[in-house]
Write a protein that binds this ligand. Structure first.
Ligand SMILES: [Zn+2]
Length: 156
């Protein structure tokens, strides 16, 4: 029995996918992750465990991108969370368990509070940064659907 990503990210009802992988319709570029939204202040939980390899503490507004990058060595994948505010206790090098709270949903690197969301991106190997989505015609990441299924999640 798989859990829906939009539930598991928050461990609460009310989350929804607002843009799928490569799902841009009006934005130029290729969407390298999956956007999931529930609302500012929602607890954001790690979907996959691993080691924190990079943290950027952003601020609200378009120029304030935040990043949490968690590398799972046995899977050889990095899961990167953008836009949500990292918990102050997080440190690079720390191990994070599946389901552990890592952030509060916010709008760090998003132009308006009303469009707050968490961008969840699977990357091959150890990668500190998300691939460029907006304005970049090249898709760097493979479709993550089977990866998410293998980790026990429905992409919805
Ligand atoms: Zn996104």
């Amino acid at each position: 029995m798989r859990a829906n990503m939009s539930y598991a990210l928050y461990q609460a009802r009310g989350g929804r996918i607002t843009c799928g992988f490569d799902g841009y319709t009006t934005t130029r570029g290729r969407h390298e992750g999956i956007d999931i939204a529930r609302g500012v202040g929602s607890d954001v939980h790690a979907l996959v465990g691993g080691k924190i390899i990079y943290i950027a503490r952003g601020h609200t507004g378009r120029s304030g991108l935040s990043t949490i990058s968690i590398y799972n060595a046995s899977l050889r994948k990095t899961v990167i969370y953008l836009h949500s505010a990292p918990r102050s206790s997080l440190r690079v090098g720390q191990m994070v368990g599946r389901g552990q709270v890592i952030a509060d949903e916010s709008w760090n690197g998003v132009s308006s509070r009303s469009t707050a969301h968490t961008h969840v991106e699977m990357r091959l190997g150890s990668r500190t940064h998300a691939a460029k989505s907006v304005g970049d015609p090249h898709l760097d990441n493979p479709n993550p659907g089977r990866f998410w299924n293998s980790q026990g999640y429905n992409v919805r």
